[in-house]
Structures are given as structure tokens and as C-alpha cells.
Write a protein that binds this ligand. Structure first.
Ligand SMILES: *[C@@H]1O[C@H](CO)[C@@H](O)[C@H](O)[C@H]1NC(C)=O
Ligand SMILES: *[C@@H]1O[C@H](CO)[C@@H](O)[C@H](O)[C@H]1NC(C)=O
Ligand SMILES: *[C@@H]1O[C@H](CO)[C@@H](O)[C@H](O)[C@H]1NC(C)=O
Ligand SMILES: *[C@@H]1O[C@H](CO)[C@@H](O)[C@H](O)[C@H]1NC(C)=O
Ligand SMILES: *[C@@H]1O[C@H](CO)[C@@H](O)[C@H](O)[C@H]1NC(C)=O
Ligand SMILES: *[C@@H]1O[C@H](CO)[C@@H](O)[C@H](O)[C@H]1NC(C)=O
Length: 345
């Protein structure tokens, strides 16, 4: 009897150890899969009151700065203006010249321009037949910004710096600058409330808001077009950076990154790592995590497939969306009441 009890006792102990080990192992494996609510931790940004009036200190740039992109001679081959004192949010959507449909999907869904929100599509130069179509597209929509460099992925960093240049020289009134791609969904009604009520209608500084990536390993696979050679980037991991598909900047951060980019001849071609990682670190700019405000996979699936609108507020869809997914997300968002806050407070 006593022996049996002892055996049972040992079995229970063994089981308990096993379960404890499992929990410990899971907690090591899973820490980043669920909540990552850094937003509620001490933020790196500062919100301002009525008295704040940021002006871009253009006098800190060299006299020939406008005509240069890093050290290439630069001009805008298509340029649209239109920011004014009423402009609050500038949205710069990086697009490839041939993506006519993708731009139209955004124009007809979340990318509706208002007095307060200016939206532009940012690209480099294309081959002649596509270039002619773009000129036509721009005549109708007046929302293209094009630089005089070739639009190839090895030039993505030039595109990113051109966006910062546009904000600096042509839209200094905007209190917030949002950079996205043409396959992204932004919940624009909630975005307006987010910047106004969760941040500040008078502006914010030191804001670099995105789904922060930490200690990402450099891709060395020879088969990938995204392979990075050791001569291009020698370290094993990247500095903390913002994946480029959606980034919200305050103007002071735009200016610091722009100025620094123009001074950094050693141009790493992966644009988000270069601008929001390497240059951000150089300039002591901290990142604020937006991961908790991206719709979850499950919620997006329910919304797109079953038209079930999630209870949890979301500012962004998931990356790399299809046109139909963007349309479904927009139908859902436009049919529902906009919460006053994205943070659920
Ligand atoms: C902010 O400063 C700029 C330049 O100094 C000035 O033109 C503008 O009127 C100011 N805006 C406000 C709201 O004070
Ligand atoms: C723009 O740059 C291109 C080449 O970099 C040059 O050929 C062209 O003359 C420039 N246009 C203007 C208006 O400066
Ligand atoms: C865009 O906004 C205007 C008002 O600013 C509205 O009249 C128009 O219907 C909107 N278009 C779309 C496609 O939502
Ligand atoms: C990037 O653009 C510049 C200017 O048009 C061009 O000279 C260069 O070849 C482009 N880079 C690549 C990899 O094509
Ligand atoms: C211009 O930039 C390239 C690469 O970005 C660099 O190799 C070159 O040294 C730079 N030239 C000058 C004069 O800074
Ligand atoms: C970097 O920022 C931190 C806090 O934001 C500050 O304490 C530190 O002095 C800054 N360092 C430099 C070199 O600006």
C-alpha cells in the first residue's frame, strides 16, 4: 500500500515537472506571437499642446540640397503640390509604376482625399509606354510624385528618401506623415481619431510608429532576390527598425532622418532598414510599436470572409493584401461607427 502511494507520488511529481517544463518552453517560444502592447509602456514620443509649432529647419541643409538625392543629381519628374495650413496628415504611398489597379483600389476605398488629408503615390521612372500611362493617370488624379531615378527594387532607398524630401519641402504643414505601400489597408476614419485623440491634434515629436522589428537576421540565402551580401551589410542582425509597409512619423523625425540620409553616402538598399534602422539609431530616434493595432489574422479572415466586424479596434490591415481584401475591409469599416480612440480608452 505504502509502496503504491510512493509510486503515485513520484508519478505526480514527474507529471508536474513535465507540465512546468512545457509551460517554460512555450513561454520562450511564444512571447512575440500574441500581445505586444508596447504602446502602453513609456513611449518614446512626446505629445504637444497648442503652443507647439514645429517648422522644418531648412537652414540646416546645404544650399544645393533640393537638387540632390544622397549624391545623385535629382529632380521630381512629376510633382503635385497641394498641402496647405489645413493639411493635417500627409500620406505617401510607395507604388511601382505599373500598379495602376492597386492605386485605383486605394483611391476608391480608404484613400479618399479631404482638406485635412493629402494622399500621394510615390514612384521612380518607368519605361516609355508605362510612363505615358502614368502621365495620363496623373492628369486625372493629380496625385503622383515621381523622381528621376529608375524604379527598381535596388533603388527603394532613394524612393524612401524622396518621400522624406517631399514632406520636408512641399508639405511642412502636415502634423503627421504616414508612409505605406499600395497593398496596404489603413483604417482612415480611426486613424484620424488616433492622431487627434490618442496622440495630439497639435502634433507630437520623436514619433516613429510601426510594427517594430528587433534583432532580425540578415537574409543570406543565394536563391532570394532579397539576399544581402556580407560586403553590403556585415553584421548578423539588423538594428531595430520599422518594416516599410506602414510607418507613421512626426515631422521632426522626418527631418532628422532626411538630413541624415542626405549625408550618408553608404546607402544600404533595403530602404526600411536603412532609414528607420541604421539612420534612426544614428539619430537616437526611438521606435513605438503599433503591432497591437494591426488587425489579427483571425479578425481579418472573419471580416473578409464572413463580414463579421471585430470588436477590437484596428488601424491597419495585415501586410500584402489583395484588392478584394482591401475592398472588404473598407466595406466593413465604412459601415461601422468609428471609435473615438484606437486604444480602447
Ligand atoms: C508656425 O510658425 C510658422 C513659421 O514661423 C508660421 O508661419 C505659422 O503661422 C505658425 N503657425 C501657428 C499656428 O502659429
Ligand atoms: C531633371 O533631371 C534629369 C536627369 O537627372 C535632367 O535630364 C533634366 O534636365 C532635369 N530637369 C529639370 C527640370 O531640371
Ligand atoms: C470622398 O469624400 C467626399 C467628401 O470629402 C465624399 O463626398 C465622397 O463620397 C468620398 N468618396 C468615396 C469614394 O468615399
Ligand atoms: C537607380 O536609379 C539610378 C538613377 O536613375 C540609376 O542610375 C541606377 O541604375 C538605378 N539602380 C539600379 C539598380 O537600376
Ligand atoms: C556617392 O554614393 C555612392 C554610393 O551611395 C558612394 O559609393 C560614393 O562614394 C558617393 N560619392 C560621393 C562623392 O560621396
Ligand atoms: C538619446 O535619447 C535619450 C532619451 O531619449 C537621452 O537620454 C540621450 O541623452 C540621447 N543621446 C544622444 C546622444 O542624443
Amino acid at each position: 500500500m505504502k509502496e503504491k502511494r510512493k509510486l503515485l507520488y513520484h508519478l505526480v511529481l514527474l507529471l508536474a515537472t513535465f507540465i512546468l517544463g512545457l509551460i517554460l518552453w512555450l513561454s520562450l517560444i511564444l512571447p512575440y506571437s500574441e500581445v505586444n502592447d508596447n504602446f502602453t509602456e513609456i513611449p518614446g514620443y512626446v505629445t504637444h499642446s497648442e503652443l507647439y509649432n514645429f517648422t522644418y529647419p531648412l537652414n540646416l541643409l546645404p544650399g544645393n540640397d533640393y537638387g540632390l538625392l544622397v549624391n545623385n543629381s535629382f529632380n521630381f519628374s512629376i510633382l503635385n503640390l497641394g498641402c496647405s495650413e489645413q493639411t493635417f496628415l500627409l500620406v505617401l504611398i510607395h507604388s511601382a509604376p505599373g500598379n495602376f489597379q492597386k492605386r485605383n483600389v486605394i483611391r476608391s476605398t480608404w484613400g479618399n482625399r479631404t482638406k485635412k488629408i493629402k494622399i500621394f503615390y510615390v514612384m521612380g521612372k518607368a519605361l516609355l509606354d508605362i510612363q505615358n500611362k502614368i502621365l495620363h493617370e496623373n492628369q486625372i488624379n493629380k496625385d503622383i510624385i515621381q523622381g528621376n531615378f529608375k524604379d527598381v527594387y535596388r533603388n527603394l532607398t532613394l524612393k524612401h528618401i524622396m518621400s522624406l524630401k517631399y514632406a520636408t519641402y512641399h508639405c511642412p504643414q502636415a502634423k503627421y506623415i504616414l508612409k505605406t505601400d499600395d497593398d496596404v489597408f489603413v483604417n482612415m476614419p480611426l486613424m484620424q481619431n488616433f492622431v487627434n485623440f490618442d496622440l495630439s491634434p497639435f502634433g507630437t515629436s520623436n514619433l516613429l510608429f510601426c510594427s517594430v522589428r528587433k534583432s532580425v537576421s540578415v537574409l543570406r540565402t543565394y536563391r532570394s532576390k532579397w539576399r544581402v551580401g556580407f560586403e553590403e551589410y556585415p553584421c548578423r542582425t539588423y538594428p531595430t527598425y520599422c518594416p516599410g509597409w506602414v510607418i507613421l512619423y512626426s515631422p521632426d523625425v522626418v527631418f532628422k532622418l532626411y538630413k541624415s540620409a542626405q549625408n550618408t553616402a553608404n546607402l544600404f538598399w533595403i530602404d526600411d532598414v536603412h532609414v528607420t534602422g541604421i539612420l534612426a539609431a544614428k539619430n537616437n530616434i526611438s521606435h513605438t510599436d503599433s503591432t497591437n493595432l494591426i488587425i489579427s489574422k483571425r479578425d481579418q479572415h472573419s471580416l473578409v470572409e464572413k463580414k463579421v466586424f471585430p470588436a477590437k479596434p484596428f488601424l491597419f490591415g495585415r501586410p500584402d493584401l489583395e484588392a478584394d481584401e482591401i475592398k472588404s475591409l473598407w466595406s466593413g469599416v465604412s459601415a461601422h461607427k468609428v471609435p473615438k480612440s484606437a486604444l480602447g480608452v
